[in-house]
Ligand binder design. Structure first.
Ligand SMILES: [Zn+2]
Length: 318
């Protein structure tokens, strides 16, 4: 086995993944002409996409089979999951599938940066990381869509909003009912949480609710998260840890606000200091956006309230 071939790891017959800073799922379907490939996410850049193609070329050359990428299925529209789309579309003519609410983010990538910034962002947030090249969507996925593959295998979808508007996990089920779940950023591993204790969230409480959906899945052999190591069979420990991280940040915000009214900027600094997070430009924007989502949800739950005094917007005890 060559080095690059060994980088495509089989989890179930027909269900593979390519580990990387963003994990790429590969589902194969044998046909008369060769093999159809359904790819889950496409990496951050053209270089990632080129690397993925080289691994696929090697893998199928060794088997003496032709292959065709039928579709890239994006779990969501963030650049680190969809940044390789355009390169692969140009190179192979493959389709791109994504959920309805994520579609605008890859067709009009300037929305991503504006969304995270909360207005028109400065040039630091207009980089390729926040603003990928646009790709063209061919099909909308949702929980009603099921793809029947040859050999009795299927692909289905679970909507997991929270990290983004309509994060969607892909479930590959083999003919015996065993599953590989390609969860994108619908779950964060222990390793990822230790690096980013406050991962980006559009709605942390919806994220927690979506985790329940993952915990209800049966016969999961493997779960491939968007980042970090795959999880074997038992997702409950990771799900508990993700929920705990969210509840801890919520409690920290409540404690800080109960000390006295605070602005969003003050809360960002105190949360970062207490969690020993050193904020750079990008991270301060991502965590600021995430904390604003926590605060808005906690406000709507009646846990905190807003006071505007002397033209200053404060979060206060309810
Ligand atoms: Zn993401």
């Amino acid at each position: 086995m060559s080095e690059s071939t060994s980088k495509m790891i089989e989890l179930l017959p027909g269900g593979y993944y390519i580990p990387g800073s963003t994990n790429i799922g590969i589902i194969t379907e044998k046909t008369f002409a060769g093999t159809n490939v359904y790819m889950v996410d496409s990496g951050t850049t053209e270089i990632d996409a080129e690397y993925i193609l080289s691994i696929l070329d090697d893998f199928f050359a060794k088997q003496g089979r032709k292959y065709k990428i039928k579709a890239i299925i994006n779990t969501h529209g963030h650049t680190d999951h969809a940044g390789g789309n355009l390169y692969l579309q140009k190179k192979t003519g493959c389709q791109v599938w994504i959920s309805k609410l994520e579609r605008p983010y890859i067709e009009n990538p300037e929305l991503q940066a504006a969304d995270i910034w909360g207005g028109t962002p400065p040039h630091e947030i207009q980089t390729a990381y926040f603003r990928p090249q646009p790709s063209k969507v061919s099909k909308i996925i949702n929980e009603d869509v099921k793809v029947r593959l040859s050999g009795g295998n299927t692909i289905s979808f679970i909507s997991l909003p929270g990290h983004s508007f309509e994060m969607t996990a892909l479930v590959y089920t083999d003919k015996e009912g065993k599953k590989v779940v390609y969860a994108g950023d619908g779950i964060f591993t222990r390793g990822e949480l230790s690096k980013h204790w406050i991962p980006f969230m559009l709605n942390p409480f919806k994220f927690m609710k979506a985790l329940e959906k993952l915990s209800e899945l049966e016969n999961v052999e493997w779960c491939v998260p968007g980042h970090g190591d795959c999880i074997h069979k038992n997702l409950s420990e990771t799900i508990e840890m993700d929920s705990l991280a969210i509840l801890e940040t919520k409690q920290l915000l409540l404690n800080l606000i109960s000390e006295g009214r605070k602005t969003s900027g003050e809360l960002l600094k105190e949360v970062a200091d207490l969690n020993e997070i050193k904020l750079g430009f990008g991270q301060s924007v991502l965590i600021r956006s995430t904390l604003k989502s926590y605060l808005a949800a906690m406000h709507d739950m009646g846990l905190i309230k807003v006071v505007i005094e002397n033209n200053t917007f404060y979060w206060c005890k309810a």
